[in-house]
Ligand binder design. Structure first.
Ligand SMILES: Nc1ncnc2c1ncn2[C@@H]1O[C@H](COP(=O)(O)OP(=O)(O)OP(=O)(O)O)[C@@H](O)[C@H]1O
Ligand SMILES: [Mg+2]
Length: 158
């Protein structure tokens, strides 16, 4: 099963991220899939806002991962924001030990996550970004974890 939400502009994609943050729980890994400029970082900025991150969230393309302290009452302490676009071997991603990090303290959002999907197993959320001819993006959520969040995703989708 999958859920879709149309985002007419970048602000709408951020708002989709803010709302998506509400259904995240400690330990979640979210794989973000879409071409260059599809809106993965924009969406993550919204998720960060929804989790109560106070600092500016920028693209981790060159650093591979950035950690942001969250401020919320839901036990998500850290947002691990990754971008594996430049990764040349899966070992580099494995070394980040994201699965363990999120269990301890938070959630991970992984841009170009499909490139490293084999490392994370089935229990992930996936967000796929499709662009139309203009600024519009259609976000699709699926993944085994999504099935456990049906009611929340029903509310998220529009
Ligand atoms: N509906 C939309 N949603 C998101 N971004 C949009 C939208 N319409 C236009 N944009 C623009 O598209 C760009 C998206 O950039 P962003 O960095 O979020 O993409 P990305 O998927 O992270 O790219 P990359 O693969 O380079 O990391 C921004 O310049 C943003 O303003
Ligand atoms: Mg990006």
């Amino acid at each position: 099963m999958s859920w879709r939400r149309y985002c007419a502009d970048a602000d709408a994609t951020q708002a989709a991220g803010v709302d998506f943050a509400q259904l995240l729980r400690r330990g979640d890994v979210v794989l973000l899939t879409g071409t260059l400029g599809a809106g993965k970082t924009t969406f993550t900025q919204g998720v960060a806002r929804g989790l109560g991150v106070r600092e500016r969230v920028t693209s981790p393309t060159f650093t591979m991962v950035r950690q942001h302290q969250c401020h919320n009452e839901r036990g998500v302490e850290t947002l691990h924001h990754c971008d594996v676009y430049r990764v040349t071997s899966l070992g580099e991603v494995l070394d980040l030990a994201l699965g363990e990090l999120v269990e301890e303290s938070g959630v991970a959002l992984v841009e170009w996550g499909e490139l490293a999907a084999s490392l994370f197993g089935r229990d992930v959320l996936q967000v796929t970004f499709a662009s139309d001819d203009a600024d519009g993006r259609t976000l699709r959520v699926d993944g085994a974890l999504a099935e456990d969040r049906r009611e929340e995703l029903d509310a998220w989708a529009r």
